[in-house]
Design a binder for this molecule. Sequence first.
Ligand code: C2E
Ligand code: CA
Ligand code: CA
Length: 717
Amino acid sequence: MAGSRSQGKSFTAQAFGAVLDASPDALLALAPDGTVTMANAAAERLFGASREELTGRNHQVLLAEGFRDEVDQLFQQLLAQPGKHPQPREVYGVHSSGTEFPAEVAASLIPALSVTSRGGSLAAPQLLLSVRSTSHRKSADEDLREAMSLLAATLESTADGILVMSAEGRVAGFNDQFLRMWGIPPELLDGDSEEPIMRLVVAQVADPVAFMGRVNELEDNPAAESHDVVDFKDGRTFERYSRPQRVGDNIVGRVWSFRDVTPRRKAQEQAHQAMLDLAAQAEKLRTMAFQDPLTGLANRAVFNDGLVDALTEPRLKAVDVLLLDLDDFKEVNDILGHQAGDDMLIEVARRLRGCVPTADVVARLGGDEFVVLLTACPDPDAIAACIVRCLHVPVTINGTVLRPSLSLGLASLGQESVGASELLRHADIAMYAAKAAGKNRFLRFHPDMMAALVQRTDMESGLQLAVARGEISVDFQPIVSHRMGQVVKFEALARWDRGGERVPPSVFIPLAERTGLISEIGAEVMALGMVQLASWLSGDPSRSLSVNVSGVQLQEPDFAEQVLRLAEASGVAPYQLVLEVTESVFFDADCSLIKQLSTLRDAGARVALDDFGTGYSSLGRLQDLPVDTVKIDKTFVSMVRTGAERLPILSSMINMAHSLGLTVTAEGVETAAQADYLVALECDSLQGYLFSLPEPGERLEYALHHAEEALNALKAR
Ligand code: C2E
Ligand code: CA
Ligand code: CA
């Protein structure tokens, strides 16, 4: 420093010129008339002219039009107040090429001197101009302006609503979209306070407390950023972004940006709902595949899988299958209707589930067949007994009290390993045995039952050949009229002698009905009956022959025709025929069945309702049925023991039938007391061992004789 100062003292005029030329600003000296008297190297560069060209010219040629007086004004200012330094002026200069450029001009006075550095003198003060191009600054300004207009255009064209709040809590800026989205009248923003705006905003949001909580939280944390969702009372949803507004390192306010995402939200919600619906549907389909729709129990597929799994699980020592089938369920369905049948199945399923809460599977296999799978159960027999007992509790269905009863077969995994299908078959055989043993019970599978099964299939094949082999015969049982004192009718009863052994009708008739063989057997009985009784019938037109007819036969479209043909062939008048049917044939009676009966009745034949009073039917139904006679079942007759008891059921049955114009026959009359009792109730006809057992055709005379003797004995009492 000290060195440089000592050099400064020795500045020569030449050194001074070098200093001027080193100046980065253009320097010009002007004479009072405005003529350029001096120019440095920077001036040469700025104006694109040599020193020689510049000196001697009026400075105004170096200024653009509109700026030519600026320098003169500076000169005047300086002359008027020499101590004051005026502000630099913004002007446009002109390059020798003719292009204009922005520049800043500062000026100061060079006082008058007697001796110049070059040795000359200055008679008057001159003006020193320092000219600096501001092209670089201008372009930055323009960029800013452009950026600002771009920003404004962007803000107004964006779908987001934007609000800028100053750190002092004033509204510093907003776009129109913000006003539209929040429904804010623009004049509200001109006010000093943000209060009314806030009130308007808060009134619209669904959760004002949470909304304000967030606003206050951000007020306390000016540097924080946030992003959340605002729900509106009117169902709209906005996304809310907030970030601090910074200038340099300072936070001067906060920018709020709101985006209406209602349509997106709605679409998302709809998509979500659609997903839920689909999932629910899939779930429904899934359960349908595994569930019995009526009872909600598992279905056969689930049971089969469960059983296979249990049998392949080596650690499981106990696997039990309980197969059960409702007794006489068909009658519930037929008599009370399918709805009642469904209700009964639902109730049975409910009770079953209650009996075996720990069962592996409780399934409905179809119809009235259910199955329970137990694994590791210590006492399956106790469970089976419990099921039979629990289900036999009365239930009211459709106003009728029913006692569901079932037959249950139990099969268990023993020492010898068996397959799933074999175990189920064993349970089925045991179940069948339980039915055969009288129903409403359970039986555990025993290998001997296989023999019974073999027997059953053997019987079926035997029955198939019975008619052809002449093994079917007919017994006749007399029916007497007490009033007339004679036998008025014979009932034909089928007999099957198989290899010298008589098979009871209670065994082969149900089998014949199940297999359809009853049509052939029934026709045989009818033919044999007519032929064997023809001569007795011809003795008196009031005599008749009663034949049992099963529902299966009535389904045949030519049944009536067949009967009438047989009658004609054997010389029996149709009015001497009685067809005995049970109530059940009418349960799902179709037109064809009614037509068969009508044809026969039109021809003079009569219809008797067999086993009346059993089953689920009521007396009230009687008047709707196309029948002429009712046969009171022997269970009612057997109620008469001493003859002294009061049995209103018997009297009302007889009265009811009579009031409908029907005749009444009592079955199973075994004692004189029973006969007396029934006669007193004006029962029209009596049938039973008291008068005669069913006898073969050859013993017809014997049966007649026996019956008449019994009648006489009664009269003598
Ligand atoms: P059902 O029509 O009720 O026949 C009367 C049954 O009662 C006969 O049994 C008869 O032997 C028996 N019985 C008669 N009097 C008495 C008595 O005083 N006490 C007792 N305890 N029983 C008596 P059966 O012959 O064994 O026939 C049984 C059932 O087989 C018949 O009952 C009938 O429903 C059916 N059935 C017999 N033959 C035929 C037939 O040809 N066709 C059809 N569809 N069913 C037949
Ligand atoms: Ca009968
Ligand atoms: Ca009967």
